[in-house]
Every structure is written in structure tokens, then in C-alpha cells.
Design a protein around this ligand. Structure first.
Ligand code: PLP
Length: 372
């Protein structure tokens, strides 16, 4: 079935007790045991499994083309679940430019367990190949990456990972499975911050790991059950509800992002626009090969310094100056000041999350904010 049909139907069954077409939220934390001590109805306790979470996991697995999805209480918790597969002495290749929380986890926490992470320019296949080691066990990529929207070649990264027996894991939060399918391109696992486009309305947190291998699924699921960073049934229900409109939302937001990026590209107060949909963007040719749309995130370097960029953000009226992304409302954020003193993000960069407003209103808003 096509992705729009999966988004509406996967994991959604008519409630056998009532005929309700919207599945109920199953809040019970515990389930009755059989006389022989078993659990013939599959559920025992909500931390290891819950019917509402199960429905969400079924849908996400099918959207990403995986055999199993394992859901967590946030994208960061899903990322940690992947890192739980590592052992002391393992080497990880990760992007210099990616969600800064992922870099922090590797640098400040995984290092304590003897995992050594190296941060490289993942948009450069030669660098990736050169930095591989026999003990490399994981290549982590984010494409397009947060916030500079550089692309990594999925097929090249998969080939590199598999040449040394490592896993390729792709954070697919920005494009979503509607615009990019990493498992089909050779990745071994996909990670999502469901807080973003999956939830889509800036009102629920979540994360997911999607795999296509039974042993890996068992390992991630065991970590979910024991580690306990599980989403509440209500949060699962909200995300499952939002997934029905994911293809419509991301395609519309992506089309608007292209219009906004084209407008900014020619603006006299703009130094540079990062958006893989622009024909002169370094990632454009690769985006045409591995994506079916360019995504709804646009980064813009304004002329001037951090103060000039923040002043532009503060003058917007339709955009809201706030962190996060992927909601129906457009957001603008000065990333460098959020990421802290060791940030690699240019000080004059503003990250735009394009929502579902009319793109002309967004363009007019940016124009007045840039002109001051
Ligand atoms: N991955 C990406 C690309 C993100 O942008 C974020 C958060 O902004 C995360 C992961 C972490 O997700 P969460 O905030 O749901 O923990």
C-alpha cells in the first residue's frame, strides 16, 4: 500500500467491543494473568507493552518500511536506545553538524562507558571512508542535518558501515519517511524525534527506533522494557492520530519551504540560504537522488552578526521565535545561542521551521523582519 494509505490505516482497527472506528486509549498499567500464570492476551504490564503504543509502533514500522518500531518518550531517549547497543572500546563516526543533543550524548555520556566518538563532515564521502576503523561499530547520520541542512549520501554511508561490520543509523526526523526512506537505501536503523513532524502540532513528545532485523529489534525492545523511557498511552494516541495527516502536512510544508527559500535566496539582507531544494545548494543533486521532496526546514544566514540575526527573529509576526520544529505553525530560531559556546553553527544563522500558513504571508513577514 502507498504511504498515504498506511498513514491512515496501519495499526488502526475497529474496536471489537464497541465498533468504534477510533481505537480507544488503553490506560491500564497492568493486565490480568491467566489461571496457568500466562498472558494469552499478550499484555502484562505497560512498560514492556501497551495496546495503544503497539498500534503506534505498527504504524511507524510500516511507514519506514521496517519490520519493527520501538517507541520512546522522546527523540533523545530513542537515540540513547541505539547507543545502548554499543560496548566499551567501540568506535562511532558521527556528524560534526547534527542535532546538538546527539553530539552531547556521545561526547559527554557514552565516552564514560568507553565508547569513542569521532565527529566528521558527513557530507564528504572521502572523509567518511578515511576515518573508518576496524573497531567502528556505528555510523550515525542525520540527513538533511540540523541546522545547516547538509546532506549525507545514504548509499555511500551504508557501504562504508557494512565494509567494517558497523551499523548505519539515520536520524530521519527532518525529511520523515514521506520524503526519504533510509532503510530501503541500506540503513540498519532509523531514529525519529516524534515530537516533530510525527506529532506535528507542537503538543506531544516522543521518539522511535525502527529496525529491519529481528535480533536488533529484540535488543532495542529489551532496552525499552528495562530502561523504561516509554511514552504514555495518551501521547501514543496523539502521535498515531497525527500520523494520518503526515504525508499531507510534510508535502505542503515542504512546497512552502521551497518558495520561502527561493525568496530569501535573492534578498539583499541575506548572506546565504541553506536549503537542498535550491539548484545551487551543494546537496541539491544528492537530494534529487535520495529524497522525494526537500523538506520543510530552511536555514538562512543574514548579513551581520548574532545580534542582527536575533533582531530579525524578534521582528517576525507570523513566525514565532521558539525552539523545536515540525508543527503546523512556523517557528524561527537563533540556533547558535541555544547550542552554547562550543557550537559550530554560524552566529548569523536563523533556522526556520515552515508550517502550514500561506507561504505568501510567511514571505511578507520575513521581508519586513529583514528590512527592519
Ligand atoms: N533529532 C533531531 C534531528 C532533533 O531535531 C531533535 C530535537 O530537536 C532530536 C533528535 C531530539 O528529540 P527530542 O527533543 O524529542 O528528544
Amino acid at each position: 500500500m502507498k504511504i498515504e494509505t498506511v498513514a491512515v490505516h496501519a495499526g488502526r482497527e475497529i474496536d471489537p467491543a464497541t465498533g468504534a472506528i477510533v481505537p480507544p486509549i488503553q490506560m491500564s498499567t497492568t493486565y490480568q494473568r491467566d489461571a496457568d500464570g500466562g498472558y494469552s492476551r499478550s499484555f502484562s504490564y505497560t512498560r514492556p507493552d501497551n495496546p495503544t503504543r503497539h498500534a503506534l509502533e505498527t504504524c511507524i514500522a510500516q511507514l519506514e518500511g521496517g519490520t519493527e518500531a520501538v517507541c520512546f518518550s522522546s527523540g533523545a531517549a530513542a537515540t540513547m536506545a541505539v547507543f545502548s547497543l554499543l560496548n566499551p572500546g567501540d568506535h562511532v563516526l558521527a556528524p560534526q553538524e547534527c542535532y546538538y543533543g546527539t553530539r552531547q550524548l556521545l561526547r559527554d555520556y557514552l565516552s564514560r562507558s568507553g565508547v569513542r566518538a569521532e565527529f566528521i563532515d558527513m557530507s564528504d564521502p572521502a572523509q567518511l571512508e578515511a576515518r573508518l576503523k576496524p573497531e567502528t561499530r556505528l555510523i550515525w547520520i542525520e540527513t538533511p542535518c540540523n541546522p545547516t541542512l547538509k546532506l549525507t549520501d545514504l548509499k555511500v554511508a551504508a557501504r562504508c558501515a557494512h565494509s567494517v561490520g558497523a551499523l548505519l543509523v539515520c536520524d530521519n526526523t527532518f525529511p520523515t519517511p514521506v520524503l526519504q526512506q533510509p532503510l530501503a537505501a541500506g540503513a540498519d536503523a532509523v531514529v525519529h524525534s516524534s515530537t516533530k513532524y510525527f506529532g506535528g502540532h507542537s503538543d506531544v513528545m516522543g521518539g522511535a527506533v525502527i529496525v529491519n532485523d529481528a535480533a536488533r529489534a529484540t535488543a532495542v525492545r529489551a532496552y525499552q522494557a528495562v530502561g523504561g523511557a516509554v511514552p504514555s498511552p495518551f501521547d501514543c494516541w496523539l502521535i498515531r492520530r497525527s500520523l494520518a495527516t503526515l504525508p499531507l502536512r510534510i508535502r505542503t510544508q515542504s512546497a512552502s519551504a521551497l518558495e520561502v527559500a527561493k525568496f530569501l535566496h535573492g534578498h539583499s539582507r541575506v548572506e546565504r540560504v541553506c536549503y537542498p531544494g535550491l539548484t545551487d545548494d551543494p546537496g541539491h543533486a544528492l537530494a534529487l537522488r535520495q529524497m522525494t521532496g526537500f523538506g520543510a526546514m530552511v536555514s538562512v544566514c543574514v548579513r551581520g552578526d548574532a545580534r542582527a540575526a536575533m533582531a530579525v527573529a524578534a521582528r517576525t509576526r507570523v513566525f514565532t521565535c521558539a525552539t523545536s520544529l515540525g508543527g503546523v505553525e512556523s517557528l524561527v530560531e537563533h540556533r547558535a545561542s541555544v547550542e552554547g559556546p562550543d557550537t559550530l553553527t554560524p552566529q548569523n544563522l536563523l533556522r526556520l521551521s515552515i508550517g502550514l500558513e500561506n507561504p505568501q504571508d510567511l514571505i511578507e513577514d520575513l521581508d519586513q523582519a529583514l528590512k527592519g
